[in-house]
Design a binder for this molecule. Structure first.
Ligand SMILES: Cc1ncc(COP(=O)(O)O)c(C=O)c1O
Length: 416
């Protein structure tokens, strides 16, 4: 018999919990400080690069990351590629990477000529598993690229131990992890080097942009030359000292980033508060698993609030319908996440891949059961700006989960 007390889900034509999406979902947020920043550059006569905005931003961002150096570059993809090049990694080498990441992590490896080797992730963190990394190491392994998925730091203790044991560097893909901390130390200061993205959606946004942070003086010098067509640092010499590229970030973007840095201090409290509230409520729902608590993570940027959805516990309501139903309630921007694993994408089996790396790629699917589960069945995210409301706003997200659960059978009959 139909439960008369269940409010009809918005996706089924019922009244949504919110009539429309609230303003705080919009990201990035710009205002007077950004206008002033752009005006400053306009009148400075230096629009291109390597001016005061760039050096000011580099200094401030290095300080924020508790790192010795920060090098602004054009985007996060190039930041990863340059780090690998700076470490002399390329053709014939292997780089271990998790499959649960944005394709950029893998593109950057392939662009150097190296081969990506996928190691599985943990079900309750979505991040690289140290045990899986250990099994993936071969004599050709030259680096581990740890991705801080959604802003959650990788397990530096376990991954660092594997990296040290084999004498290979741990590089951070910190594209989503601005301001996250591991044992009170900032992301960007723990690995050999870290790559950040300032793409439109990121917690620190310049529309586009990126940065590399490192504590290694020699690596920094090499990276500086690499990002400036191989030219030597602190010299007007036009002779290139290495084969580089132009990855310089413009003064416009550095000025915007300087203005946007205020968000790095203003927003984390709201996201952390909302995430804790969600963990507490969603963690009690039989169809949701929240991410594992880890006291060593002293701050999480929560670029994405990740969780697992168990369709079986909701009468086999497919994940895609569940996500659409939450979306329709206008309470959160939610996604099924990286639902096609990179190793299942055609790009890795293309002639381009063979030409660039000199090798063929075999599908490692059978070695990656956790990623298969997360990508194809259970993984979900809520985007960071949906966590910027009040407690009452967060409670509306929780309410939406309850409401969709109560409508699961009808949603399945209608949409599955
Ligand atoms: C995990 C991860 N790595 C790398 C990147 C690449 O950054 P960008 O888009 O700035 O090139 C992104 C950005 O979306 C990302 O999320």
């Amino acid at each position: 018999m139909k439960n008369l007390f269940v409010t009809k889900a918005a996706l089924l034509g019922g009244e949504p919990i919110r009539s429309k999406r609230p303003g705080y979902f919009s990201w990035p947020i710009g205002g007077q400080p950004e206008k002033e920043a752009l005006r400053r550059v306009l009148h400075s006569g230096v629009w291109g690069t390597l001016g005061k905005e760039c050096s000011d931003f580099a200094a401030k961002y290095a300080e924020f990351c508790q790192a010795k150096h920060a090098l602004p570059v054009i985007n996060g993809t190039t930041a990863i590629e340059l780090i690998l090049r700076g470490l002399g990694i390329g053709y014939g080498d292997e780089v271990i990477v998790p499959p649960y990441t944005f394709t950029a992590s893998v593109h950057a490896i392939v662009l150097t000529g190296a081969k990506p080797v996928f190691a599985d992730v943990d079900l309750d963190t979505f991040c690289l598993s140290a045990a899986a990394v250990e099994k993936s190491i071969t004599p050709r392994t030259r680096a581990i690229l740890g991705v801080h998925v959604g802003g959650r730091p990788v397990d530096f203790d376990a991954l660092g131990a594997v990296a040290d044991k084999h004498g290979i560097p741990l590089i951070e893909d910190a594209a989503q992890a601005h301001g996250s901390e591991w044992k009170n130390r900032r992301i960007g200061s723990l690995g050999k080097a870290a790559a950040f993205s300032f793409q439109n959606s990121k917690n620190l946004s310049g529309g586009e942009g990126g940065a590399i942070t490192t504590n290694d003086d020699d690596l920094y010098q090499r990276l500086w030359s690499l990002h400036h067509n191989g030219r030597p640092r602190n010299s007007t010499d036009m002779t290139s000292v290495c084969l580089g590229t132009n990855a310089r970030l413009s003064e416009w973007q550095c000025a915007i980033l300087l203005a946007q840095m205020k968000n790095l201090d203003a927003c984390p409290e709201a996201r952390t508060r909302a995430a804790a509230r969600l963990d507490n409520a969603l963690g009690k729902m039989p169809f949701i698993s929240v991410m594992r608590k880890d006291e060593r993570i002293t701050r999480n940027s929560y670029h994405l609030y990740c969780f697992r959805y168990h369709a079986k516990a909701l009468g086999n309501l497919p994940r895609s319908v569940f996500v659409r139903a939450i979306q329709a309630e206008n309470v959160a921007a939610i996604s099924e996440g990286y639902c096609q694993p990179i190793y299942d994408m055609k790009i890795l089996y293309s002639d381009d891949f063979k030409r660039m790396t000199g090798c063929t790629f075999e599908n490692p699917k059978s070695r990656l059961p956790n990623n298969e589960t997360i990508a194809y069945k259970e993984g979900c995210w809520i985007y960071q700006s949906s966590l910027l409301g009040t407690d009452d706003d967060t409670d509306k997200i929780i309410q939406a989960f309850e409401k969709v659960a109560a409508n699961a059978e009808e949603l399945k009959q209608t949409f599955a």
